[in-house]
Design a protein around this ligand. Sequence first.
Ligand code: 3HC
Ligand code: NAI
Length: 692
Amino acid sequence: MTAVYQQHGAIAVITLNNPPVNGLGHATRSGVVEGVNRALNDEAIKAIVITGGGKAFSGGADIKEFNSPKALQEPSLHTVIRVVEESTKPVVAAIHSVAMGGGLELALGCNYRVASPGAQIALPEVKLGILPGAGGTQRLPRVIGLEAALNMIVSGTPVLSEKLAGTKLFDQMIEGDLLQGALAFAEKVAAIRPLPKVRDMKIKHVNAEGYLQFARNTVRAVAGPFPAPLKCVEAIAAAFGKKFEDGLKVERDLFLELVQTTESKALRHAFFGERAASKILDVPADTPQREIKSAAVIGAGTMGGGIAMNFANAGIPVKILEMKQEALDKGLATIRKNYENSMKKGKLTQEKFDQRVGLISGTLSYEEIGQADIVIEAVFEDMGVKETVFKQLDAVMKPGAILASNTSTLDVDQIASFTKRPQDVIGMHFFSPANVMKLLEIVRGAKTGKDVLATTLALAKKIKKTGVVSGVCDGFIGNRMIEQYIRQAGFLLEEGCLPEQVDKAIEKLGFAMGPFRMSDLAGNDIGWYIRKRRYIDKPEVTYSKVADLLCEMGRYGQKTSGGWYDYKAGDRKAYSSAIVNDMIVAHSATLGIERRTISDQEIVERLLYSLVNEGAHILEEGIAMRASDIDMVYLTGYGFPLFRGGPMFYADTVGLSNVLMAMQRYAKGRHGDAWKPAPLLSKLAAEGASFN
Ligand code: 3HC
Ligand code: NAI
């Protein structure tokens, strides 16, 4: 039973006991019902306190049970709340740390609520693509008012308990020992009748209809592809002018509808995917970690500056090393400017600005960084330069320092071999802009120490990144897959598309940017440089030369005011380019290709299934540990639409046999070699199974 029953004099205490956050799974729900019934049947008991053991009152319904029969197995959360609400003895919720979702809904079913300051109070269901389904939309407006409740429910954002003190949500705030305070409160109210119930309270608002209509319009405008926010408003609207039970029914129906949507499944997949990514099978949670109290970064260029900012933002002092004073000054000035911009936008206070800038310093001398706990190299992408740097680091860094490389394409094992301490070497592949992008690919070398990996994963959390572990291979997880996507984008141009058609098709699916707009933003010359180097020893790899022709025209993208598109000064909008389009059509003619009309469906399938197939290779080679890791890479680093859950999840929703069938169709076209299915994909499709 995952709720513990104890008697304190005339008060029964039911303590939710389902670590880590007292999710209200079936066993916990049963425990609460049994506890309440036991207390009701015991004449010595005058009142009941429900509280949470460990680090939460309750994080809500057990999300892991969703879509499983256990979620609905009686006692359901509804039943639990009804049992509590119908109790003939007063029930007091004693809240600390976290009361979210179903946890808060359970508390709202109690007659009284007392809380410690600092507790996070939220109905965050909307973030999982659902709505509070156990009375939250009906009861919260009754205690904190329509507008405050609507804001909390539609945003899902936690509010600190002390900010809600003075509303009817809390009968008393308790400083000090919560249980003692709750017991004293329960004694005080034990004899009061009738028992107060939130469901009986009236919601007062001068113009509820008008406000709800305003809310509908506003929410519709910002909800994008997600259905849940608007349904939250509808559920709250049902709290007006209807009997309480009827309002509950509206809420329940909308909840059941939402929980089945792909959008909600994708959001829940991302929630667990993010947490799963930090778990490494052969690196147990109790693996010792190294202390990271100071950092150094080599190279103050595009990446080095952003990487250093991450450390400063987390309160860790960081020293940047450059070869020349001029480059160092330029890098430090860029960092300062970035912080100044944040301050101008009101995102940073002067105090925080001073703090962060104060944590970043520069040097030209390796001797000065030797005592750092971690050093991250972000110099030119050239093995010779990396060799020089890592040999120097090996000579100066204190024993036990972590030596990381931000390389995006080079072999981390080879980089490790330049040192006498390969166990301390790891890849930390940040994405540009490094101070903004959530993704951090953590590249585990053949000899990387488990403690180094565990430390780096914990560090990722500390600097607010989503750390995903990748094995060593060309391009790691993200760039290795994107190469296949870019290849297909090039072939599509040769066969009949123009850049805007490809971009629009994939953007319609929800991508932030299509491949050509993205490439114009990042700089077409980067890919050109990589292709020249990478394809020299891979003559078997076919790819469209059209991107090379574009670079030969000097069209590197936004920075040269022209790439796949034309750009006007001071304007980032992409304008269709007649010169480029003519070049593409002429290139098809040179290849003897008769251009054809290509459907959006074909564009989307070819772009996404090429990602999926490479993802399947990456999985079976063990480069990624699990499909959800690949999805996290794409959701946090490549603008893959969150509501589609990442490429592997997307393939699951399409059905792997359908993906395979489409690939077999494309294999009959040009460059059929690109469509050879990964054995894992064929196997899963044949079994009717899925990646996740
Ligand atoms: N159900 C099941 N497991 C949950 C959970 C939940 N509601 N909430 C968190 N967990 C698990 C996490 O998966 C993680 O497990 P792991 O250790 O095995 O990886 C563990 O609890 C700790 O989670 P975090 O790493 O996120 O820990 P934090 O301390 O940073 O945060 C938290 C704790 C604030 C509770 C955060 O986990 C959170 O926001 N959870 C989601 C809360 C939520 O969305 N609740 C609504 C559920 S839906 C609902 O109640 C429906 C109802 O209306 C009918
Ligand atoms: P950059 O050219 O902007 O910066 C490199 C900096 O390193 C320059 O300031 C240079 O003066 C300095 N430098 C070169 N050799 C040095 C040495 N021996 N000692 C000290 N400083 C030295 O390059 P960028 O874009 O920042 O890339 C750096 C690394 O990050 C590369 O390995 C790259 O592949 C990787 N990377 C780049 C991404 C991007 O989008 N730019 C994304 C992810 C990784």
